[in-house]
Design a protein around this ligand. Sequence first.
Ligand SMILES: [Zn+2]
Length: 123
Amino acid sequence: MHEFSFALDIFKVAEATALKYNAKRITEVLLEIGELTLIVPELLQRSFEMATKGTIAEGARLTITITPGKVKCRDCNKISEVSITREAQLTGLQLFKCSHCDSNNTEIVEGKKANVKNIKIQE
Ligand SMILES: [Zn+2]
């Protein structure tokens, strides 16, 4: 999976911020992950540990918040909150139904991104 390269990206963002504040250590990274990214938090935790070994973020806690996925219906224009079912996770098939009119004609508008919300540092 793409967890390891993703963990590296998180580290780079956190490191850049920490350097800006002359931090000696990063103690915690707060991360938001969209529900539809298909990132597995447990794998990401482990990858983050590996990616930060020997760096200023070694031993930092990675706190993950999952944000809900949202789709917009092309038929009724309304927004629905969706989540990935076990089945979709296994097959990679992502078909989201509009919860207002039951249409399958939807597009994902939120939940495919991940970003570092905040970091905690030691100066
Ligand atoms: Zn609809």
